[in-house]
Ligand binder design. Sequence first.
Ligand code: NDP
Length: 246
Amino acid sequence: MGWFYNFLFIWIFIGICTFLYLMFSKTIAPYGRHSNSEWGITIDNKWGWFLMELPALVVMPVIVLISPAEKNEIIILVLSLWVLHYFYRTILFPIKLKTKGKKMPVVIVISACIFNLFNGFFVGYEIGNITQLDFGINTLIGLIIFFTGMYINRSSDNKLISLRRENKEYQIPQGGMFKYVSCPNYFGEIIEWIGFAIIVFNLGTLSFALWTAFNLIPRGLNHHNWYINYFKEYPEKRKAVIPYIF
Ligand code: NDP
C-alpha cells in the first residue's frame, strides 16, 4: 500500500500549503459574508451547498461498502457517524438556510467538490482496505468528542440561522459558545473530526481532521476580523475559533 500513503502524504502536504497560503495571503474564500463578484459565475447558495457536499456523502460509504472489509459493527458505526454528519450537511443544512437569493461562486463549489472527492477516497479506502478497526477505549473517547463537537457545531449553526431568520442584516451572535469565540460552529466541526480520527485511528482520518482545521481556522480568523471591523461594540474578550487561545 506504499502508493496509497505516498499520495496521502502529498495530500497532507497540500493541506499545509493551503493553510499557510490562506493565513499569509489576503485571499478570503468568497462565500457568505465574504462574497464578491470577482470570482466569476455564481450559483444559488443552497444548491451550491448540496452539490459541493454530495461527493462526501456518497464516495466514502460506497468505497467502504464495496471494499473487502468485513461489514461488522465497528464499520457500521463509523459509516453511520459519517452519514449522520453528511446527510445533515448535504440535505438538511441547505434546506434550513435562510439566505434566500444568496449566491456563491461556482469556483468554490468545484474546489469543495474536488476536496470532498479526494477526502472521501482517502478516508474510505484506508478504512475499507488497510485499517483493522476494533472497539477499544479510543472508540468511547472518540465518540464523546465526536458528539460534543457535533452538538457545538449544530447548535451554533442553528443560532446563526435563527439570527438570519429574524433580520436580514448580520448581528452579533450571543449566548452558548459565542461567549468565547466568534465561530463556535467551526470549533465544533474541528472537534467533531478529531473525535472521528480517534475512533478510527489511522492517517486518512487524521488528515481529514487536519484539513478541517486548515480550512476553518483561517476562515474563522477572517470572520472574527470582519466582526471587529463591522461592529464597534464587538465583545473584546471573544476569540476567533479556539476558546481562550485565538
Ligand atoms: P457561517 O458561520 O459563515 O454561516 C452560517 C450561516 O449563518 C449562513 O447562512 C450565514 O449567512 C449565517 N450567519 C453567519 N453569521 C451570521 C450573523 N452574525 N448574523 C446573521 N447571520 C449569520 O458558516 P459557513 O457558511 O462558512 O459554514 C457552514 C457550516 O459548514 C459550518 O458548520 C462549518 O463548520 C461547515 N463547514 C465545514 C468545512 C470543512 O472543511 N469541514 C468547510 C466549510 C464549512 P451568510 O451566508 O449570509 O453569511
